[in-house]
Design a protein around this ligand. Sequence first.
Ligand SMILES: NC(=O)c1ccc[n+]([C@@H]2O[C@H](COP(=O)([O-])OP(=O)(O)OC[C@H]3O[C@@H](n4cnc5c(N)ncnc54)[C@H](OP(=O)(O)O)[C@@H]3O)[C@@H](O)[C@H]2O)c1
Length: 249
Amino acid sequence: MMTAPTFDPAGSDGTVHDAPLALITGASRGFGRELARSLAADGWRLLLDARGADALAETATELGPAVWAAIAGDVADPRHRRDLAEAVDAAGHLDLLVHNASSLGASPMRRLADLDLGAFVAAHATNTVAPLAITQMLLPQLRSAGGTVVSLSSDAAVEAYETWGAYGSSKAALDHLTRTLGVEEPLLRAYAFDPGDMRTQLHQEAFPGEDISDRPLPEAVVPALLRLLSERPGSGRYHAADLLAEVPR
Ligand SMILES: NC(=O)c1ccc[n+]([C@@H]2O[C@H](COP(=O)([O-])OP(=O)(O)OC[C@H]3O[C@@H](n4cnc5c(N)ncnc54)[C@H](OP(=O)(O)O)[C@@H]3O)[C@@H](O)[C@H]2O)c1
């Protein structure tokens, strides 16, 4: 379902807006919403998605005219991905694509011996296949803009943790696809971005019943990604902690 676009590409003065456009998946809460808030404040136009229409609409209402469109749907659904691509077509350009929507596979998470294969496939469909499919659809616009693709990664993509096999393997594959994109598309920047632990719903679902109040809030991590976007180092895998260490306070 698509909410009415709030961005008039031929503005009231008849000129075409030249604000950069970012598509952020999973922007109704957590890191995606905080990133959307920061980009809106920096003058970006936003195309946002999430499955839950009410929470997404709340985010879109809060961000107001910065939101070009907010489309509720599941990134694993090819029809929803087509809706996103149509919205980008309507906007006429795309400068930044952020693959943020993610699934743990199951909560509580399971050891491989007990892992439901349906949950494994679902995690890969959301975390790996969907970002690849969305990137494929939007490459022409990203190439024209010399744009940036960011994939939210995890230390679980690199380290093996008990019960994290479905999620970790999907993030490892996403990392690899993102780094391959960087090699294949020299006009773009492609970043696998490891945010570190954040106090969010996904993190709480990974640690059900545990007190996660010592984890940083996502707004503390967003400046690391903003630094990547502004400095545009070479494509590759980056840790928020390394980038934050050098962010001026
Ligand atoms: N939090 C951490 O400690 C941590 C650590 C390392 C990496 N990360 C990564 O950081 C990213 C953001 O995570 P977060 O912690 O901010 O999670 P979060 O607070 O749970 O937010 C996830 C967002 O994605 C949306 N979403 C989930 N599945 C979706 C789907 N299939 N299609 C469309 N939207 C979907 C959610 O809305 P709906 O549920 O309504 O769809 C929500 O807006 C993820 O890629 C995660 O793997 C997080």
